[in-house]
Design a protein around this ligand. Sequence first.
Ligand code: TXA
Ligand code: MG
Length: 397
Amino acid sequence: MPCQLLKCDPATISFGARDTPEISSDATRDALNIASHNLITLRRPVVFPTETVYGLGALALDSSAASLIFSTKGRPADNPLIVHVSSMSMLHSILPPDYTFPPSYQVLMKHFWPGPLTMLFPRHAAIVPDIITAGQDTVAIRMPSHPVARALIAVANAPLAAPSANSSGKPSPTRAEHVYRDLGDKVDVILDGGPCGVGLESTVVDGLNADGHLRVLRPGGVTVEDLERTLREELQASGSVPRVLVHRRDYRDEAMEAAPTTPGMKYKHYSPSVPVILVNTLSNPSEPKQRQTIDSLVASLQARYPARPIHAGLMTPDDSRLAQVLHTHESISWRLFPLGKVSEPAVIAQRLFDGFLTLDREGVDAILIEGVAEEEEGLAVMNRVRKAAGETVWVSL
Ligand code: TXA
Ligand code: MG
């Protein structure tokens, strides 16, 4: 069956006090009903927009429906999935009946749900199938804020497991056309809700440790600074403010790193099919003493493709000096993909995967991407850029 690409207008969906969507557009309501029919009756996965990236969703509580997610993406079975819920009552319906939230989770749910924050919860083994958690005793859950995502879950009236809607290893899609190009011959329905506002996947946190601290397993749409500020403001009076620990920056966990379950640890991630070179212009404590000159960087690019003019993608902030200097090297034909201002890391995050996917499709020989400061959304940006880059260079301008 050919893939149906169905427009859904998020502006025509609203949520009342009872978590039931009100949908004022007939076309959007029809599209949601078709998607829900595919999920519930046909037990087939569908693609839907979230505020982070597009997701490939299937019934989370049905092993055989969820297994189609893995075959469609070519995803290894030991990489667990995030379960998406549309309401607190749906959340409670999949948690162990006697479970009480740690104080940090109550604060985080109040502030960041619905939204781009995924939290680990104890798995209720009688309800959440093994295939979702890759056999672990925790399950990752989030409540998305995108009206189309939340409405679809509510209309289907079932939690949906959904990874990013890309072939495993590729950058996550932030537009319906990205998904159509990659998985159009493998999925039946893509709901097109326009470009994703956040553009990077959700932040994945684990607050289940006995020490009460919050461990960030994957930086993402909610920044570490936002988590810290919110926990401090809300829990200061209680006398115990949990710390926010970023994996690999503030702590290491060898057992976890050996297990395949940690976001982006074991598997290649986010890579376009052309080589990506991370170009650092900022000073960083771990950088090598020697920096290349721009001339030597350009010369090394030319040496790789001696027979022809090079067509190189260049992803830099709009106000980048690197881009200005590289543009004076006319021996290379530059295809600039501006990322937004340095002072607006959220915009850089929103444009990152679109840039990778757009330049890849245009057939550039290589993509150069400039490193940004690892603050606010920049932390998640650099987490994804490092995974995409096969090579890192340090240059002096
Ligand atoms: O923004 C998002 O989170 C998107 C949208 C579609 O919601 N989804 C997404 O899913 O990024 P995926 O599968 O591409 O990434 C989920 C990550 C995986 O890397 C997985 O390792 C981690 O979450 N994860 C899932 N369950 C886990 C668990 N129980 N413990 C630790 N990590 C877990
Ligand atoms: Mg993914």
